[in-house]
Design a protein around this ligand. Sequence first.
Ligand code: F6P
Length: 387
Amino acid sequence: MKRQTKLHRTIGILTAGGDCPGLNAAIRAVAKSAMHYDITVVGFLDGFRGLVENRFVTLDDRMVSGILTVGGTILGSSRDKPHKMDMGGTVMDMTKVAIANARRMHLDCLVCLGGNGTMKNASRLIQQNGLNVITLPKTIDNDVAMTDTCFGFDTAKSIATEAIDRLHTTATSHHRIIALELMGHSAGWLALGAGIAGGADVILIPEIPYDIRTIAEFLRIRRQSGKRFSIIAVAEGATAVGGKGEDGGGASGGKKAGRKKAERSEEAERPGTEAHQEPLMIQEPMVNRIVRELQLLTGVEARMTQLGHVQRGGTPTATDRLLCTRLGAMAGELIAARHYNVMVGVKGDTCVPVPLAKVAGIVRTVPAEHPWIQAARMVGTCMGDRL
Ligand code: F6P
């Protein structure tokens, strides 16, 4: 790292939460634009944990070259929160340590690339009178507030759409019902977007509780009209009318159950923790039950597919590469102007700074009257609530 002088400036970057395609493109854009202003850039490893444990690399031009198209994140990621961090089996508030480490490095600003959890963690670092922060909205769930879109979403939507295309051909050959479970946490953007783009016959999202008998009736009418296969796109957070599946949750046991599962599996990876010694409880995905019930109600053979982390892997689309470059370049401009404590959001054709206080803690779900829902209904897609 360059020697600090009064004039010389240093920023840090970290990637936190679930990874997604485009993170490297965004790291590259932030770093290159900061370097353009002769600002030194360091990258913390494995999200906020790297900041707490003082693990970082200097990101020079060579380090960020050739990564535009590469999936994942060269910095690594984690769901660790500074205020509740597992330190060798004991959960501790490491906020002060994170802030002290950043201060010792004379960081002007910490750029955090992440989704809703990251927005909250980053804003806590500001509130504790600690750091200047800038965030970029990253998540395949597309559920960050105050931005039209998040990077990673377009790539995941394309992967999910291709999966639906492929399921179409096999469902047609065997005259089957096939349900595809897609990620999205408690928002339906991914299932809705890919469902429409892939021409799914039924789309189930958390924002619209479904009635299994309505879906069965829709499929029966569809079959009577000569269409002998059906594709159902199911968001992982989708729930039946009345709110509860057998285990009280959504397609994968509900968002809370899903998060608990993720937290437990992170703990289980760490030797020495209790969870490491216990076998993980794997819940039956509710998409299984949807398929089972539909097979019973319609008498048509049904199958299910869970796309899982395939949705988060691989190279970003051109749209995401472009978006990441624009968001990162805008972050560079804001850093140069010392305009801090904002998220760089997308508004129409422009990237705009939005106060982080207006973003943190808010999940942007699909509004009931959203044009995508209206378009889906207009082309005859069943949203699970009515025929
Ligand atoms: O938030 C991104 C996301 O991929 C969600 O869609 C999904 O519910 C979750 O992360 C999965 O988390 P993990 O990779 O920790 O299992």
